[in-house]
Design a binder for this molecule. Structure first.
Ligand code: SF4
Length: 287
């Protein structure tokens, strides 16, 4: 039985849930009440009765008393229960629609650049946002930086069609500027849902913007690179308990490597760490 008896309050809660759904957010958490009285917020949140560690900025937080009502009101994600990742990605793309959720939709984008590649991929690359070529062709990493990424993938013993490639924001920032915080926060729930559907073994974050958004860590590249992080997109654990998340590695964005080719050796070290984890071997010279 509902814990909220007041129909106005319940209607307001339903409106709020619909608002979050419209933003692509279907997973809700409530804060464990603080008993110490300290200002530091706990990073443990309860979701559907489980404890799950989440970056605080990704959460739609609600009062504990409303949690049961949310479970009754909230509809399932469109892709919930769809086992075929190709079909599930199509549903997420349909949910995105002709998106106008952030201001990038009116800053000159030609089209939304959703993502490309193998929906069953073990390896996923996540960049920052589309550039001019990507905006024109509707596919991530197709310009000069894309050619370099293709070469990096080939050097790992893979082909582009074997991996999945996406960006934090799906519309081109004007003049290739860095996507702003509110744009990343608005768009990234859809990326999280793509990751939760693909369930890659490894995600490579290309550049600091991607890394900081995925990890919710504000640190320089020198500190972010050179190690694996355990990564679980918000909501994925509760929707598929059999998937234990991905390893996440950080390397330089190919566009940065074009500007400073001296860093290619460092990037290769990052990719070799990924190759070792996935058991990949570089191609023979004749291939
Ligand atoms: Fe929508 Fe993402 Fe494009 Fe913003 S960047 S308009 S949230 S698809």
């Amino acid at each position: 039985m509902s814990t909220i008896q007041n129909p106005d309050l319940r209607r307001a809660l339903a409106d709020r849930v619909r608002y979050y759904n419209e933003l692509g957010i279907y997973d809700f958490y409530y804060r464990v009440p603080q008993v110490t009285g300290t200002a530091a917020a706990s990073d443990l949140d309860s979701t559907h009765g489980h404890q799950e560690k989440m970056p605080a900025k990704k959460l739609a937080t609600i009062a504990e008393s409303a949690a049961q009502d949310i479970l009754e009101i909230v509809p399932p994600k469109p892709e919930q229960g769809v086992s075929d990742p190709t079909a599930a990605l199509r549903l997420i793309r349909e949910d995105l629609g002709d998106c106008t959720r952030c201001k990038l939709h009116r800053q000159g984008r030609k089209q939304i650049v959703f993502g490309v590649g193998n929906p069953h991929a073990d390896l996923m690359f996540v960049g920052e946002g589309p550039g001019a070529d990507e905006d024109a062709q509707g596919e991530p990493f197709v310009g000069r930086a894309g050619q370099l990424l293709n070469n990096m993938i080939k050097a790992m013993g893979l082909h582009r069609k074997e991996v999945y490639i996406a960006n934090v924001v799906k519309c081109r920032p004007p003049g290739n500027r860095t996507p702003e915080r509110d744009e990343c926060d608005t768009c990234s729930p859809f990326l999280m849902r793509q990751i939760a559907v693909i369930k890659p073994k490894v995600i490579v974050a290309l550049g600091a913007v991607s890394a900081k958004n995925l990890l919710a860590i504000n640190a320089p590249m020198s500190e972010l690179r050179g190690r694996f992080y355990d990564f679980m997109p918000s909501g994925a654990r509760s929707s598929d308990p059999s998937w234990h998340g991905a390893k996440l590695a950080v390397t330089y964005h190919p566009a940065f490597l074009l500007r400073d080719p001296r860093q290619k050796g460092e990037s290769w070290k990052d990719l070799q760490m990924v190759m070792k984890y996935l058991g990949l071997k570089p191609p023979q010279k004749s291939e």
